[in-house]
Every structure is written in structure tokens, then in C-alpha cells.
Design a protein around this ligand. Structure first.
Ligand code: CA
Ligand code: CA
Ligand code: CA
Length: 298
């Protein structure tokens, strides 16, 4: 009897001394030889504002995992700003209660039960925006030889009774051909309801498609990222003129959404990357195709 109660006491102590839930980790997704890491080798942000919101990422067309000169997206994330606030916030696992759910090898969902308003004195992380929650999905698809596509979406739900508006930002530091320089941007193409930013670097290309986005632009890393961490509301406008490839650029899609009670609102971005076949290779492929066709005709 004494032994049994000792065990019970021991178990009780063990339960109460267990650490709080672990921080939610980043994720490694694969499809064929395409790879997408969100929070590569790290946990998700644990604060609602600051440079940790620009989560380390890794997007590969192929090659071994994290091999040098294989990463086309250095970092990025979703940010949001409610109508009653002045600052953009990042999705953060503040209370250790975000949840990660993997599907197969190439999809992940993160649930965030808490969203935040501006920081206030004594509460650096900000006040919880009541009756709101969010979730994100990330996925990667191998779309062929030297081709890959990643998708990321952000959904927010208002389960209160008061309507809001919310601004949502998808920020990505894309490095076409894995190099920070030589990424030439064309002006954003508006093809309702989408916006597309097209980037070229030699034979490499990257297209960032904002489904239903209200604005799409790119600029130096600082011009896109710093405004996500400062103390004033930020609004972007469309990229109207081409950018020559002489800086390390980041790109952003902004969405302005009505957030009525009971109606989840989702924003979605896709990024296609690839290397166009060289003209000589193309000629060989065409010739090869012709020979195959001729042999089938016989
Ligand atoms: Ca480049
Ligand atoms: Ca700002
Ligand atoms: Ca870049």
C-alpha cells in the first residue's frame, strides 16, 4: 500500500514537473526531388513582432538537402494587421499552443489559436485580438525536371460578433537561380483576381502568384521587410516599373479583407521556379521528339 501511494505521488510530481508544451518546430517537405523547408532547422517565432518573423526558408528544385547553392527562397512568412492596430504582426507560437499537422511528405498545416493587436506598456507581445484564430498551409510539388511549385496560404476566422477588416502580407525573399543578385523583376501583371510577379535570372525564372491579392511589389530586402517590423501601418502599391537585378530583392503580396463573423477568409500565394532548357538542349529535345514520332509512324 505504501509502495502504491509512493508511485501515485511520484507520478503526480512527474506530471506537475513536466515542461510546458514544446515550441512548434519548422518543417521539411518533399515531393520527388523538390524540397520546401519552412523554419529550416528552427522553431517558429515565439514573439509577435520583430525580425524573427521572417522565417528561414529553403526551396530546392533538386540536389541534396541544404546543399550549397540550391536554395531559391531564403526567408519569408505571413504577416497581418487588424483594423484597430498600427503594427503588422507575425504568426507566433507565443503560448506554446500552436499546432503543426503534417499530411504525407509534402503538406503541412499550422494552427494559431491567438492573434494580436499592438504592443502596450508591460505587454510587449500585444493584446490578444479577441475571437480570432488563424491557420496556414505550406506545400511543395515537383512539377518536372528543373521545375517545382510551392504554395502557402493564410486563413483567418472571426468567431466573435463584431466585423473587422484585416490586411495580410505574404513576404518572400526569393533568390532566382539561388543567387541573391541578378533577379530582374517585370512590372506586376494584374489578371483579375490574381497578381503575378515574374523574376528572371539567366535561364532561371520564378513566378510569385498572389491569388486575389490587392497589391504585389518587390524592392530591396529592407524596403519590404523593415516595414513589417516597425510601429506604423504599412501599405504597399503595385510594382509599376521593372527592377534591374542589382540588389537582393524581396517580394510581397498584400491582401485587404473584410472579416465578418463566422466566415473564414483565406489568402493564397504560389511560387513556381524553374530553369528553362538551354537552346542547344531544346534543339536536341525537339530532334529527339521528331525521331520518336518518325519511328512511331513506321
Ligand atoms: Ca539571382
Ligand atoms: Ca509597418
Ligand atoms: Ca532576394
Amino acid at each position: 500500500m505504501r509502495l502504491a501511494s509512493t508511485i501515485v505521488i511520484g507520478l503526480t510530481i512527474a506530471c506537475f514537473s513536466m515542461p510546458t508544451l514544446a515550441q512548434v518546430s519548422g518543417v521539411h517537405l518533399t515531393d520527388g526531388d523538390a524540397i520546401l523547408d519552412y523554419g529550416a532547422g528552427t522553431t517558429l517565432p515565439t514573439v509577435t513582432n520583430g525580425t524573427s518573423g521572417n522565417v528561414t526558408m529553403n526551396f530546392q528544385l533538386g540536389g541534396s538537402w541544404l546543399a550549397p547553392n540550391t536554395n531559391w527562397i531564403a526567408s519569408g512568412n505571413w504577416f497581418y494587421r487588424f483594423d484597430n492596430t498600427n503594427m503588422e504582426r507575425q504568426l507566433a507560437d507565443v503560448s506554446n499552443n500552436a499546432i503543426m499537422t503534417l499530411t504525407g511528405t509534402n503538406q503541412v498545416r499550422y494552427d494559431y489559436p491567438e492573434l494580436y493587436t499592438d504592443p502596450v506598456a508591460g505587454v510587449a507581445r500585444g493584446v490578444i485580438q479577441p475571437f480570432t484564430r488563424a491557420w496556414t498551409n505550406f506545400s511543395v510539388v515537383d512539377t518536372g525536371v528543373d521545375r517545382a511549385r510551392m504554395a502557402m496560404d493564410f486563413c483567418v476566422e472571426n468567431y466573435g460578433t463584431q466585423s473587422h477588416t484585416i490586411d495580410i502580407f505574404a513576404v518572400l525573399d526569393i533568390n532566382a537561380m539561388t543567387t541573391v543578385l541578378a533577379d530582374a523583376y517585370a512590372p506586376v501583371v494584374v489578371s483579375s483576381p490574381n497578381r503575378t510577379l515574374s523574376i528572371t535570372d539567366g535561364l532561371g525564372f520564378a513566378n510569385m502568384i498572389g491569388h486575389g491579392a490587392d497589391f504585389g511589389t518587390a524592392g530591396s530586402r529592407a524596403s519590404i521587410l523593415t516595414p513589417m517590423f516597425n510601429t506604423t501601418p504599412t501599405n504597399f502599391s503595385d510594382l509599376a516599373a521593372p527592377l534591374p537585378g542589382n540588389l537582393d530583392y524581396a517580394a510581397v503580396m498584400q491582401y485587404s479583407k473584410q472579416l465578418d463573423p463566422g466566415i473564414p477568409v483565406c489568402s493564397n500565394v504560389e511560387v513556381e521556379i524553374g530553369i528553362a532548357p538551354e537552346p542547344a538542349t531544346l534543339a536536341l529535345l525537339i530532334a529527339g521528339g521528331w525521331l520518336i514520332r518518325r519511328s512511331k509512324l513506321r
